[in-house]
Ligand binder design. Structure first.
Ligand code: NAD
Length: 362
């Protein structure tokens, strides 16, 4: 019996869901190449975002219709493209197409050649004041000369549906209701929607960006995980990976984590999107990880599709908050975590198998 099997038997899965495999292209992927998602071996479960995204999109379609009947217009997502960055442009055009599939209006706002911070702020302000626009996202990365903070602070926090404004980031930090960064939310939801209990797990997050790693770590603390944050200056990455029941990798470094580094029976969410030759790969070496893990997200086809669907959920919540009398949009929760007493209903579900060889490196 493999160590992975022992560990899998101890992880609790309340809702095994649909294990069927499919060919899934994430948002960036179709811009480069279509790729066949590798099939799992040795019983590892693939956590696929596409079926979850389809379910969310179906619900959003219905809600958009009833919003439109009530208010006489469909919510608009404004996608701001700054400078000439072709791959990002294709990526965001795909978000706009996802909008259209659900009845939401996608509007691309291009601010091209001679771009200045003041010009960007003016254009964002126009979108802030446009009642048809319910949500605004800005293409990342920005051109080198444009300060990120000046741009994200220009977005009205009520339209900041990717949760980057310091107001929303502060609400997340304190545990209050606000818009969450969609990728970070998708990272946690893909595990929860697959039926795994997070409470009490040792979670390691590689990457500490404001867009992914940092908000993921905060969301996992909300879920009562014990969280370790790793980054480029981390001295012994392998040791932190080896003890993780749940590993989230958002580094942008292909092959950073190998199967030999992982704790048998771990849950692995690979957020990385890297172009290697004509392929899209994550940050985890998928082939070597498969025989070791309980479950893993494929790249492409894992977090990416769910991120886009969640973004549209946020858009609809923003539209409701801006246009319904009672401000019915729900974007998070009202009360912060009340500490160690919150949500402790029984023993945590953790793998009992010992860690993998901590001396292995990626
Ligand atoms: P970033 O460059 O802003 O941050 C990367 C983080 O990883 C940094 O904190 C850095 O310290 C850490 N890191 C990098 N190399 C490391 C190493 N060798 N060891 C330890 N830590 C290391 O990137 P980001 O915007 O957070 O994106 C991370 C990855 O996620 C990228 O591949 C990006 O394309 C992908 N991404 C995916 C989605 C999605 O929807 N699936 C969305 C956004 C970003």
């Amino acid at each position: 019996m493999s160590p992975g099997f022992v560990a899998r038997a101890t992880l609790r899965c309340d809702n095994p869901g649909d294990d069927s495999l499919s060919l899934v292209a994430g948002p960036v992927v179709a811009a480069v190449t279509a790729e066949v998602v590798p099939r799992p071996r040795d019983g590892a479960r693939l956590l696929e975002g596409a079926p979850m995204a389809a379910e969310i999109r179906g619900r959003i379609s219905d809600e958009v219709s009833s919003f439109s009947n009530r208010h006489g217009f469909r919510p608009t997502l404004a996608v701001v493209l700054i400078g000439a960055d072709a791959p990002s442009a294709v990526y965001l055009q795909q978000i706009v197409r996802t909008c259209e599939r659900t009845g939401v209006t996608g509007r691309v706002v291009e601010i091209g050649e001679r771009v200045t911070t003041a010009l960007i702020q003016r254009r964002i302000d126009e979108l802030n004041r446009d009642p048809l626009v319910s949500g605004i996202i800005v293409q990342m990365p920005l051109p080198r000369q444009i300060p990120l903070r000046a741009v994200i602070e220009a977005i009205d926090p009520r339209k900041d549906i990717d949760g980057l404004h310091p107001g929303n980031a502060g609400l997340l930090t304190l545990g209050y209701e606000g818009f969450l960064p969609a990728t970070a939310q998708a990272t946690v939801e893909i595990v929860k929607r697959s039926g795994y209990r997070l409470q009490g797990l040792d979670a390691t997050v590689i990457g500490r960006s404001n867009v992914v790693g940092r908000p993921v770590s905060l969301l996992l603390q909300r879920e009562h995980c014990t969280v370790t944050m790793c980054h480029r200056q981390t001295r012994d990455l392998s040791a932190h990976v080896a003890r993780a029941d749940l590993l989230v990798v958002a580094a942008g470094s292909p092959g950073l984590v190998t199967g030999a580094m992982l704790k048998p029976g771990a849950l692995v969410v690979d957020v990385g999107i890297n172009v290697v030759g004509d392929r899209i790969v994550g940050d985890v070496d998928f082939e070597s990880a498969l025989p070791v893990v309980e479950a893993i997200t494929p790249v492409p086809g894992g977090v990416g599709p769910l991120t886009n669907a969640i973004l549209l959920e946020h858009l609809l919540a923003a539209a409701h908050a801006q246009h319904d009398e009672a401000g019915a949009g729900r974007t998070g929760r009202d009360e912060p975590d009340s500490g160690d007493q919150t949500g402790e209903g029984g023993p945590p579900a953790v793998p009992s198998a010992p860690g993998a060889d901590p001396s292995a490196s990626g």
